[in-house]
Design a protein around this ligand. Structure first.
Ligand code: SAM
Length: 280
């Protein structure tokens, strides 16, 4: 039966199997209220793949690897990629006015090396890592003489492909300070698109990663995990926080979104702000 003429209504049992699959693979908990939304989204995948039933699509999608285009399309239906540069003002004020001046001064006094590694986890289309890079370029004197790496990761392959283009529309740019726009981005004359300049792109790289798994990377001085764990339940948050603990250098800082709901899982950290923690 072609998917266009699909009469089948998804059963609660089928929906539960899908919700379980999503949870097991991504940590995202689909609440009972979201199940109608999920069934509408699944119908769209059936229509687009031409697979004629919910069981058949389940059989297909559950065998796919994280990097398979259909798995990615399936995930796109259930994840939100909402992001923009300089989202959550307080975080960037702290980065620009406190953290970066402090490490620059420490380097000037030869109390630390001129190196900095930052992780932007669940970075979606790259707005967050490019915000971090622009703060570094704007606030670290002679940044080009430092060894700086900003790694952006996300589970979504399509989102990362977009991130790698280092281009942003006017909506994404709305909170970028005027002097940063001028110094670190160029606007294409034909379209309303801003491109990050080499001063930023040379610092940033991207890699696909599922937060539920350990990330094989050297430790970072600073980790951002924002607007993603809100979709996870407690055991999944715990798994992610466990992995992140191993990714931070001693005294490394962790910035979390205001609604992440992880404060009770960060007992081993020193709380500097409701959204800022330091590894002990
Ligand atoms: C709302 S965006 C947040 C973007 C950015 N951090 C910000 O605050 O603007 C959430 C991102 O989390 C990603 N995501 C969801 N589950 C994930 C997982 N298990 N591992 C890695 N990324 C995940 C989604 O693909 C999506 O791009």
């Amino acid at each position: 039966m072609p998917a266009e003429t699909l009469q089948e209504t998804i059963t609660p049992e089928q929906l539960s199997r899908y919700a379980r699959l999503i949870y097991d693979r991504t940590g995202i908990a689909i609440s009972p209220q979201k199940r109608t939304l999920l069934s509408n989204r699944l119908r769209r995948r059936l229509r687009e793949t031409g697979i004629a039933g919910y069981d058949a699509y389940f059989q297909h999608v559950s065998k796919l690897r994280d990097t398979d285009p259909e798995w990615d399309a399936f995930l796109q239906e259930i994840t939100t990629h909402e992001t923009y540069l300089f989202r959550d003002e307080a975080h960037w004020k702290w980065l620009r006015e406190t953290y970066l001046p402090e490490i620059s001064e420490a380097a000037r006094r030869n109390e630390r090396q001129r190196t900095l590694r930052v992780l932007s986890a669940a970075c979606s289309t790259g707005d967050e890592p490019f915000t971090i890079a622009s703060c570094i370029a704007g606030c670290v004197p002679n940044a080009s003489q430092w060894k700086i790496e900003v790694l952006g990761t996300d589970i979504g392959v399509g989102a990362l492909e977009e991130a790698k283009t280092a281009t942003f529309n006017e909506r994404s740019m709305k909170l970028v300070p005027d002097d940063y726009r001028r110094r670190f981005f160029t606007k294409s004359p034909s379209a309303n698109v801003w491109s990050a300049k080499p001063a930023l792109t040379s610092m940033v790289r991207f890699r696909q990663h599922n937060l539920m798994n350990a990330l094989a990377e050297r430790p970072f001085d600073l980790v951002f995990v924002k607007n993603v764990l809100i979709y996870f339940d407690k055991p999944s948050k715990q798994t992610v926080i466990g992995h992140i603990g191993k990714l931070l250098v001693p005294n490394g800082k962790l910035v979390v979104g205001a609604a992440e709901g992880v404060s009770d899982l960060l007992g081993d950290y020193q709380r500097l702000q409701p959204w800022l923690y330091q590894k002990q």
